[in-house]
Design a protein around this ligand. Structure first.
Ligand code: FPP
Length: 269
């Protein structure tokens, strides 16, 4: 996906689902950077640095595979609790990622979106995020959603607060609040729900990532640390996804684009 030349549209046709067995949206919990590093005698931050390399690789492969949406868990709302030096390194990596990789992502037709709370985020990072979203907003080959300062509980609480404020203003009837209205007030209501969530490092939990959106996602947990994530690991996760029988609560396989109560149903996307 990220290539050396500046061409984009010609040989990157509009994204489409190759088959119902391919995920349209993949969420990734990039876990195990610290363990990868310490098991090799490196400082933890070296794991994060190598994690960014794995991320670049992954975006390229996802582009090749015509995956339309990739959401990465870059920094959780809870990650502020880590030692100041590690937090500062992670923020530095994000700054460098946007500064160094944005042009290439843009040239590859990647639209960048950032979800999460903007509270406590240094102003220069907010500017970088805003500029990256603005610069890439018309790109159509892939959407890279960066979950930064993100937590699902906060996201759902923020949506509840917005709806409560609308109710107080008399704009909506509290009795009419339903899942679709909650979905429409999340951080990125136009992005379809993830079909597949991959977590590396062997941990098997969601850790406050896309909890609402993952209601019908398939989960694949890989026993490798994030810096080791490569094409073979991606292929393993995609093959596992293709073998799953997705029924969305029904008895038979669902249509290719079910979105039963999801945000996509509201927006028609
Ligand atoms: C989990 O590993 C990973 C993170 C908390 C951060 C992930 C961030 C990156 C891969 C790089 C920064 C992102 C961008 C977009 C530049 P861990 O530290 O929790 O590992 P451990 O569980 O082994 O300690």
């Amino acid at each position: 996906m990220m290539r050396d030349d500046n061409k984009q549209a010609d040989d990157f046709p509009a994204p489409q689902r190759a088959a119902a067995s391919s995920p349209r949206h993949v969420g990734i919990i990039m876990d195990g950077n610290g363990r990868w590093a310490t098991s090799r005698g490196f400082p933890r931050v070296e794991g994060h640095r190598r994690g960014v390399e794995a991320l670049r690789r992954t975006i390229r492969i996802a582009g090749e595979y015509r995956i339309s949406f990739v959401t990465i868990y870059a920094f959780s709302a809870e990650n502020w609790r880590r030692p100041a030096q590690e937090v500062s390194y992670l923020l530095g990596l994000l700054r460098r990622f946007i500064r160094n990789d944005l042009a290439e992502l843009h040239a590859s037709g990647v639209r960048v979106r950032v979800i999460g709370s903007r509270e406590n985020v240094p102003p220069d990072i907010i500017s970088l995020i805003t500029d990256a979203e603005e610069m890439t907003k018309a790109n159509t080959n892939m959407t890279l959603v960066v979950a930064f300062n993100y937590g699902s509980r906060q996201e759902i609480a923020d949506a509840a607060r917005k709806l409560a404020q609308q109710a107080v203003r008399g704009e909506i009837d509290p009795a009419a609040i339903d899942p679709a209205m909650i979905g429409a007030n999340l951080y990125a209501p136009d992005i379809p729900d993830p079909d597949l969530i991959i977590r590396t490092s062997g941990e098997q939990r969601l850790s406050n990532f896309l909890m609402w959106q993952a209601a019908y996602a398939e989960f694949v947990f890989l026993p490798i640390h994030w810096p080791d994530f490569d094409r073979a690991a991606f292929d393993t996760a995609l093959a596992e996804f293709a073998a799953r029988d997705r029924r969305f609560g029904a008895l038979s396989a669902a249509p290719a684009d079910p979105a039963p109560v999801g945000r996509a149903a509201l927006t028609g996307s």
